[in-house]
Structures are given as structure tokens and as C-alpha cells.
Ligand binder design. Structure first.
Ligand code: BGC
Length: 312
């Protein structure tokens, strides 16, 4: 019987979902993300995929479609334009997956575009013809659904919200090589970067962080009254609101769906973000709602499976 696999390549883990041909999620397997540029790493991922299907008594021959999302602009043939936050040889990686599932058609999609399709399919975007998905994780990603269609653009860079320039005066470089991108302020790592900067400026002892993307601890510091955390979260919201208001002037979404790891702290920043958005955006677009994603970290996985389903 026909089955599908949806793969989401994240900064810390690669998540794969096994789906029945009619789109029911049967099981999930997660593999830690290594440097995805060598045969050994590809073999680890493939081993995880095989474990997943075997544990559900599904044969390799039954896998008719595999959707692969990547954290960078990618066209429908799998050509990746750039990768700001991850080491990945996308061509060699997809070749390894193709070789492992020879009967499957392979679909390529950007990770945040996949998250948008996932949320449109079974999440917060269900029934919405116009919404913008924003993923706040290691990077900042975006997926734009306009008139019921995903706007992926000419080279797959449609919705590269994280690289909207929000601060032309920035001196530090973004992972994309430019300066002043939204991602430098509103991603999990951007929040941590701002927090550390402010601690140094204010002479505040920084909290012990569990890594460069541990924004959760910064939100906890905010609750504990840290001035550095307050300024960092304030700037994070301010820049995000600027980008959202510009998006509203282009696609006028009914809702913004916020996903990615940072959404775990949504309740802490939602009011501030809403206020800043309404203060910045064009009057008629003030009514756009800002809601959290419903599929959490599984949105990309759902969306890439959905994308593979469209090829059949
Ligand atoms: C990439 C996007 C991606 C986002 C989240 C950005 O740096 O350019 O393509 O969607 O990170 O992974």
C-alpha cells in the first residue's frame, strides 16, 4: 500500500514522519542533525528512515513519495540558493535518499514554506486563504499563503522573511552574509545575541545558557526582572513587528501564525508583539491576528509530506 515520508531538516534534529497514502501520520522518527555533507551522516539518516518504516511493517517499495524540506531557499528541482545556518550538501543528501527509496518521487521545499503548508493542511491555517507563517528558531523562516496558494517564488526564495532588512545600520553580519536581517534579532540565537550584548553594556551578570539558541532562558530572565532580557525581547518584538507590517502591505494576511522553538514563550511576548505590530502597520491591516502554530515542531514534517503527496 502506498505510503509517504515527510522529512524536516532542522538545526538540531531531522524529523521524519511516516504517512499513509491518504495523509494520516503513522509514526515519527528523530535523528540528531550532524554535518550533512558526507556518506556516513547520510547513512545515519537513512538508517533512521528505514527503522521508522520497518516499525510500521511498511516496505521500501511502498514508499511512493518523500518530501524533503531544507532551511534555505530551494526550487522544485532541489537547487538550494544559500544556507545561512546549517552545513548541508543538499544534492548529495537527496541523492542518498533517492538511492534508499528508489520507487519514491522526491519533493523539495523550504522548511518554513513546508511549515506553512502543514499548518494550512491540519493546523492553525486550516480554512485560511491568506496567512503568513513565521518560524522563530535557529533562524527566522517564513511561508506565505496568498489566495490559497503558497508563494515560493522564482528560485524558492519567496517568504525569506528572516532576511528582510530591518536595521540597515547593523555592523555585524548575518549568516547570509548581509547585515541587519530580521534573523539577527528575532531568531532564538538573535535573542540570545541581543541579551548577551545588553548584559555586557549594562554590566549585568549573564545567566548560564544551554547553548547559542537558548532563548527560553532569556525569557525566564525577563520574568525574573532582568533589564538586559527586557531590552533584548523588546528589540526582538520591535523588529519582528516592522517586518510583519511590511508583509501586511504586500500580502495583507488575515493571520500571522508564529511557530518554531521560540513559540514556546509565545504567551510572554504576544501582547508586546501585537501592540508593536498595530502601532506600525497600515490602519486597515491592524486587524490581522497573531496566533501560535498548532503543530509545534512537526509542522515542517507535515508540510513536506503534503508536498510529496502533490506529486502523486
Ligand atoms: C533561511 C530560511 C529558513 C530559516 C529557518 C533562514 O536563515 O534562510 O530559508 O526557512 O532560516 O530555518
Amino acid at each position: 500500500m502506498a505510503h509517504l515520508i515527510g522529512i524536516d531538516v532542522g538545526g538540531t534534529s531531522i524529523k521524519a514522519g511516516l504517512f499513509s497514502g491518504d495523509g494520516k501520520l503513522l509514526g515519527v522518527k528523530s535523528v540528531p542533525t550532524g554535518a550533512l555533507d558526507n556518506a556516513e551522516e547520510f547513512a545515519k539518516v537513512n538508517a533512521g528512515l528505514h527503522e521508522l518504516i520497518e516499525s510500521h511493517n511498511v516496505d521500501v517499495a511502498d514508499i511512493v513519495g518523500v518530501g524533503l524540506d531544507v532551511p534555505g531557499p530551494v526550487d522544485s528541482l532541489g537547487n538550494v540558493g544559500m544556507l545561512a545556518n546549517i552545513k548541508l550538501d543538499a544534492t548529495a543528501f537527496s541523492d542518498a535518499i533517492k538511492a534508499s527509496f528508489p520507487g519514491a518521487r522526491l519533493a523539495f521545499i523550504n522548511d518554513a514554506n513546508a511549515a506553512a503548508l502543514g499548518e494550512a493542511w491540519v493546523g492553525a491555517g486550516r480554512g485560511q486563504t491568506d496567512f503568513v507563517m513565521i518560524t522563530l528558531g535557529t533562524g527566522v523562516g517564513g511561508g506565505i499563503i496568498s489566495g490559497g496558494r503558497l508563494i515560493a517564488g522564482h528560485v524558492g526564495a519567496g517568504g525569506e522573511i528572516g532576511h528582510i532588512t530591518v536595521n540597515p545600520g547593523e555592523t555585524e553580519h548575518c549568516g547570509c552574509g548581509r547585515r541587519g536581517c530580521l534573523e539577527q534579532y528575532s531568531s532564538a540565537s538573535g535573542i540570545v545575541r541581543l541579551y548577551k550584548q545588553e548584559c555586557a553594556r549594562l554590566g549585568e551578570e549573564p545567566a548560564e545558557l544551554k547553548g547559542p539558541s537558548d532563548s527560553y532562558t532569556v525569557f525566564q530572565r525577563l520574568a525574573a526582572g532582568s533589564a538586559a532580557a527586557e531590552i533584548a525581547i523588546n528589540r526582538m518584538c520591535e523588529y519582528l513587528a516592522i517586518a510583519m507590517s511590511q508583509l501586511s502591505a504586500v500580502v495583507d494576511p488575515a493571520i500571522f501564525v508564529i511557530g518554531g522553538g521560540v513559540v514556546g514563550s509565545f504567551d510572554v511576548f504576544k501582547e508586546q508583539l501585537g501592540e508593536k505590530y498595530r502601532a506600525t502597520t497600515l490602519l486597515p491591516t491592524r486587524c490581522s491576528m497573531i496566533v501560535p502554530a498548532e503543530l509545534g515542531n512537526e509542522a515542517g514534517m507535515y508540510g513536506s509530506a503534503y508536498c510529496a503527496m502533490q506529486l502523486l
